[in-house]
Design a protein around this ligand. Structure first.
Ligand code: NAD
Ligand code: 6OD
Length: 501
């Protein structure tokens, strides 16, 4: 065990008052059938009691969404809807600090990260969806048949209907708004089921939407768990027209089974076991800094994070040493301390899972270059779910550590000798979400990036986003793409109209 506290003195804030997080149905706070406790990942303190929705509350939420769909929202002209979405973005910016506080309390992530990534993206997601729906085109054809008949074919976009939006805990507001904004832009109404670990920002967002003039019932929020709880009640509900889900691949599989009897569309953003490939000609300083970011951002709890690093043999030792040095520089600590780079894992349960992979890696023969355990934090933080940023070598693709998603601050380095071998190693996975290639040879960068069997392939950068570009995964990493017109395709039902001329 090592000690990893921030070098600056931390300021322990006075304990926040206990919060009560309720469901939001038809614009009103609604009690659940029982409550469950939400603990702080920072120090383990009890943060809130959360009202768990039962079948009855889920029924009410779906009925409220249906009524709103059939009301003015479902019939609102696109331009007007886009204006409302822009007002939501403005309202998010007005309530920026409240959203940051909610996100930081639930996740323990550094405040700067919540500001720069999570909450900033929430506003951007709404503006982007407003722009995209305002300029979205659909097919139209002038049809001329050999027998002389002529017709005008054109498609009109209708909402999918009442959409279940089920999201995880790692980037709660970013991932919720990434789905919610295009769903609303397309005229749908929604029932959101946030993660049981992060109930706060979704609840606050529902309030913000009402403030911005979105009618009650357009966004409902139900809290709870998956099987036997709100998640299952929602995905099996006959009034739900489609499910958009981000989370673990095994949960995606359970949701697919839940909707199968009613043949409803699903959009899945699932797990990953993402590879980075570093060629010997890469700008090594940039590559090492990029790898540190792609491995450790958000304590490794981003679906796009790198867990497998393939390095061309001549630079293997330099990359391993450089990345271990970067990991050693990370500062674990309180979110409000500007020196903090790295927060805790989301929960004790998730830490147990990540630690079990550290044990497995050792059993499989890994060398632990840095980390591999629980840090001693002091300052009242040892009840939190802190973990050491970790780097491994000595494994190969046959080991479970290299095949299963860990979702923590850990990656393993493996050497390769040829470009073909690097591509084969990177593609040797059941997942297919994201990859990164580091090289100064841009021809090779394009060539390798295109051969990666993933939905997102970066070259000399990572997690640089254009919100219009397609986002999603192959294999165990998901079904469908989100972003720009790709999102609109999931959230809309086009109807073709054919008029004889
Ligand atoms: P999870 O699958 O455990 O939970 C996600 C959500 O699904 C939660 O709201 C949960 O309550 C709900 N849920 C769980 N079981 C359910 C069921 N049977 N029916 C309905 N709902 C159910 O995932 P998590 O642990 O919250 O998040 C981490 C996972 O999410 C990782 O695997 C990560 O890779 C993945 N993820 C993927 C992306 C992406 O874009 N591909 C983005 C973020 C996270
Ligand atoms: O940036 C995004 O739009 C996005 N969907 C990120 C997903 C990150 C996964 O944890």
């Amino acid at each position: 065990m090592t000690t990893r506290t921030t070098s600056l003195p931390d300021t322990a804030p006075s304990p926040a008052p206990m919060r009560h997080v309720r469901n939001v149905i038809d614009g009103e706070p609604v009690d659940g059938v029982r409550t469950f406790a939400k603990h702080s990942p920072i120090d383990g303190a009890l943060l809130a009691d959360v009202h768990e929705a039962g079948r009855h509350e889920v029924d009410r939420a779906v009925a409220s969404a249906r009524a709103a769909l059939e009301g003015p929202w479902g019939r609102m002209p696109v331009g007007e809807r886009a204006t409302v979405l822009r007002r939501v973005a403005d309202a998010i910016e007005r309530r920026f600090d409240d959203l940051v506080a909610a996100e930081v309390a639930d996740t323990g992530k550094p405040e700067a990260l919540a500001r720069d990534l999570d909450v900033a993206r929430a506003a951007a997601n709404f503006r982007s969806a407003a722009d995209i729906i305002s300029t979205a085109a659909l097919d139209s054809y002038l049809t001329e048949l050999p027998d002389g008949r002529r017709a005008l074919n054109y498609a009109v976009r209708k909402p999918l209907g009442v959409v279940a939006v089920i999201v995880p805990w790692n980037l709660p507001l970013l991932l919720l708004t990434w789905k919610l904004a295009p769903a609303l832009a397309s005229g749908n109404t929604v029932v959101v089921k946030p993660s049981e670990e992060t109930p706060s920002s979704a609840t606050l967002l529902a309030e913000i939407l009402l403030e911005a003039g979105v009618p009650a019932g357009v966004m409902n929020v139900v809290h709870g768990f998956g099987a036997g709880s709100a998640g299952e009640f929602l995905t099996t509900h006959p009034g739900v027209d489609g499910v958009t889900f981000t989370g673990e691949s095994s949960t995606g599989s359970a949701i697919m089974r839940a909707v199968a009897p009613r043949v409803r569309p699903v959009s899945f953003e699932l797990g990953g076991k993402n590879a980075a490939v570093v060629f010997a000609d890469a700008d090594l300083d940039a590559a090492i800094a990029g790898l540190a970011r792609s491995t450790y951002l958000n304590t490794g709890q981003v679906c796009l994070c790198t867990e497998r690093i393939y390095v061309e043999r001549p630079v293997f030792d330099d990359v391993a040493a450089g990345l271990a040095e970067q990991a050693a520089r990370l500062r674990l600590g309180r979110p409000e301390n500007p020196a903090t780079t790295t927060g805790p894992l989301i929960s004790q349960q998730h830490r147990q899972k990540v630690l079990s992979y550290f044990d497995l890696a050792r059993q499989e023969g890994a060398n632990v270059l840095i980390g591999g355990g629980i840090p001693t934090m002091g300052d009242g933080l040892d009840g939190g779910s802190w973990i050491e940023p970790t780097l491994l070598t000595g494994l190969d693709n046959t080991h479970r550590t290299m095949r299963e998603e860990i979702f923590g601050p850990v990656a393993a380095l493996i050497a390769f000798d040829t470009e073909a071998e690097a591509i084969a190693l990177a593609n040797d996975t059941d997942y297919g979400l994201a990859a990164v290639t580091w090289t100064r040879d841009l021809s090779r960068g394009h060539r390798v990036a295109q051969r990666m069997r993933v939905g997102m392939s970066w070259v000399n950068t990572w997690y640089l986003r254009d919100l219009r570009s397609p986002f999603g995964g192959m294999g165990l990493s998901g079904i469908g793409r989100e972003g720009g017109h790709h999102s609109l395709e999931f959230y809309s039902e086009p109807t073709n109209v054919c008029v004889a001329l």
